[in-house]
Design a protein around this ligand. Structure first.
Ligand code: SF4
Length: 234
């Protein structure tokens, strides 16, 4: 389950684990000063302190689950990352249920893309940050390669705050591509409905690009790609 972590305290994690959901991903945009700038409640209040408390409650409990902390890197938060990642490491990474994944924020299209500053993929400072988190004494990588997006997984659904279902959490549902390729309301017996299947087609075509980011494929190849799997009436 990918979640902002705002409601994921130890009690919620226990309940979900009891239902078979034992893997959680929580995104952090940096320490409170940065996270509360980008992840705000409807009333404008920040969310970092509560999320951090929730993570601590999971750490201090005994729930049989794993938490992947996805830490976002931008030019704006890079300076504070050495201290923040050190804090994350010292707070959570002695507990093997916790792992860290550093993710460079990238442009994915949309109105704010042109003005958005992103780090270069080859930026040496990113490797230096990885060193901080890897050097936890456990002698193993704490990072998971994101070779397959959850949107390409058949058992992955996104639930918006208003209850709507989708596949890709990173794109607003109002975009044209997402209107044309939404998740289904229900599964048809014996297979995936065509709209759902569009997100999974990388498995059939064995195209790694389509499993790494189905939405990118929709964007780039647009109608041509959609025609590959579109069915009458879908
Ligand atoms: S489909 Fe692409 S844009 Fe959407 S969540 Fe996956 S990687 Fe991100």
């Amino acid at each position: 389950m990918t979640t902002n972590g705002y409601l994921l305290d130890h009690t919620a994690a226990e309940r979900l684990a009891g239902l078979g959901i034992r893997r959680f991903q929580v995104s952090l945009d940096g320490p409170a000063r940065h996270h509360d700038h980008t992840r705000v409640r409807a009333d404008g209040q920040g969310t970092f302190d509560r999320i951090w408390r929730n993570l601590l409650s999971i750490r201090d409990g005994s729930v049989d689950a794993h938490v992947l902390l996805r830490v976002h890197l931008t030019p704006g938060n890079l300076d504070v990352m050495p201290a923040f990642l050190t804090q994350v490491r010292d707070t959570f990474l002695d507990d093997r249920r916790f792992r860290v994944f550093l993710k460079r924020v990238v442009r994915l299209g949309g109105a704010g893309d042109a003005s958005m500053e992103v780090l270069d993929a080859e930026d040496e400072r990113i490797a230096a940050l990885e060193e901080i988190v890897v050097s936890d004494g456990q002698g193993e990588s704490l990072f998971e390669a994101e070779q397959v997006c959850y949107a390409a997984r058949a058992n992955s659904m996104m639930v918006r705050a208003d209850g709507r279902l989708g596949k890709c959490t990173r794109r607003p549902v109002r975009t044209r591509q997402h209107r044309r390729a939404p998740a289904p309301r229900r599964h048809a017996g014996g297979g995936h409905p065509a709209r759902f299947r569009r997100w999974l087609q990388g498995w059939e075509s064995r195209d790694a690009e389509l499993t790494a980011c189905p939405y990118e494929a929709f964007t780039r190849q647009g109608p041509q790609l959609l025609q590959l799997t579109a069915r009458p009436g879908s």
